[in-house]
Design a protein around this ligand. Structure first.
Ligand SMILES: *Cc1c(COP(=O)(O)O)cnc(C)c1O
Length: 404
């Protein structure tokens, strides 16, 4: 075979998105990656039956332990994030819970951002305390609050930036210093920022998590998740969580996400360009009382956004006087934008999140200061708009006719 596996060093992001992890099939010469659906692999007679001694370069044995298509995806994601290695999961939530269950044991304390992806917040409310873990939910955009929350048994600080759904940021480099001074590890859910915007590992984080369902897959047709970090951390994490808890990514989804990733860098440039235009339109719309986009000077943390995000991504939130009524109008009248949850797809998506409901179900904020911060970003409720890759003029015209 003429071509070998690519060395990632020195290559640009578009080249990595297309080539990293992939290699022509050694038997047929096929240029596109193979989809290997086989759950099992023919092995040598001395192959062990336990994963105890398994190392990253061992031959494939069973797809829950490792699979050639999933491995190609993990290598591509690693190259894009600049990590030593990666473990893919069946969903973003499988990745997030795997990380939490791997790094924490009964009696340990963790600080979790008080506003994160709703299911992570809900897990921090009930699932994790039920296992004997001590969890403090803290507004990590307030570095003093983070510092004060640390205890002698704090093992993990878990943040999300920009956080879903508020688009509030946490300073990753500062959070890494604070966590490390207390002998705790820092994990960052970077789903909204994507590796095109932010590289948390280079800023000092120990782990990065992505929902591949969003920008990385990018097409709304496959759930997936990933944890990225050091090999020394992720080899045991793979054994304990991916292999023993079993939230393994389907090779078919891995193949779809690999295909989506080829255009990742180009898509993120276009998402940002469209989001800037749509945000500027919404900001000047008479019915919009507040708009939040990290790429605009009106974002309360625009300075931090400029420092920490090379690409401002495609997520925008806005508020109107009558949120619930506007939601009914948008769900009814939008022609191009889908009124639906999720984000990061080529299609534009919008969804209304009511503050009162969310504060009851997912985010049980304790202090007046936490509630004040929520209110500053979300008011009574926000429209979370994932600006897609349609023509910006068409997205704007659709919003204009539906907002009336
Ligand atoms: C969607 C999302 C998740 C969960 O990902 P799934 O693939 O839906 O399980 C986690 N974190 C963030 C920030 C998300 O937006």
């Amino acid at each position: 075979m003429k071509q070998r596996k690519l060395r990632a060093t020195g290559l640009g992001d578009q080249t990595l998105a297309i080539h990293a992890g992939e290699f022509p099939d050694p038997v047929t010469g096929a240029s596109a990656p193979n989809l290997v659906m086989s759950t099992t692999f023919v092995v040598e007679a001395d192959t062990g039956f336990s994963v105890e001694g398994l190392s990253e370069n061992d031959p494939f044995v069973y797809t829950r332990w490792g699979n050639p298509t999933i491995r190609q995806l993990e290598e591509k994601l690693s190259a894009l994030e600049g990590s030593e290695t990666a473990v893919a999961f069946a969903s973003g939530m499988a990745a997030a819970t795997a990380l939490l269950l791997h790094t924490l044991k009964a009696g340990d304390h963790a600080v979790v951002s008080d506003v994160t992806y709703a299911a992570v917040s809900e897990a921090a409310n009930e699932l994790l305390p039920g296992l004997g873990l001590q969890i403090s939910k803290v507004d990590t955009s307030d570095l003093n609050a983070l510092r004060e929350a640390l205890r002698p048994n704090t093992r993990l600080v878990y943040i999300e930036t920009p956080c879903n759904p508020l688009l509030r940021l946490t300073d990753i480099a500062a959070a890494a210093c604070i966590a490390h001074n207390a002998n705790a590890l820092l994990a960052v859910d970077s789903t909204f920022a994507t590796p095109a915007g932010t590289k948390p590992l280079a800023l000092g984080a120990d782990f990065v998590i992505h929902s591949l369902t969003k920008y990385l897959g990018g097409h709304g047709d496959s759930l997936g998740g990933v944890v990225l970090g050091r090999t020394a951390d992720l080899v045991p994490l793979r054994k304990k969580t991916s292999i023993r808890l079993g939230g393994t990514l389907s090779p078919f989804n891995a193949w779809l996400i690999l295909r989506g990733l080829a255009t990742f860098s180009l898509r993120m440039k276009a998402h940002e360009e469209n989001a800037l235009k749509v945000a500027a339109f919404l900001e000047s719309h008479p019915k919009v009382v507040k708009l939040i986009y990290p790429g605009l000077p009106s974002h309360p943390q625009h300075e931090l956004a400029r420092r920490q995000m090379k690409n401002f991504s495609g997520m925008v939130t806005f508020q109107t006087e009558q949120g619930k009524e506007t939601a009914v109008a948008l769900a009814d009248k939008l022609r191009i934008i889908h009124y639906a949850v999720s984000l990061g797809h080529h299609r534009s998506l919008v969804f209304y999140l009511n503050s009162e409901d969310l504060l009851k179900t997912s985010f049980r904020l304790d202090t007046p200061k936490q509630l004040e911060s929520w209110k500053a970003f979300a008011g009574e409720g926000i429209f979370r708009l994932s600006v897609g890759l349609e023509n910006a003029e068409d997205i704007i015209a659709d919003l204009e006719q539906a907002l009336g």
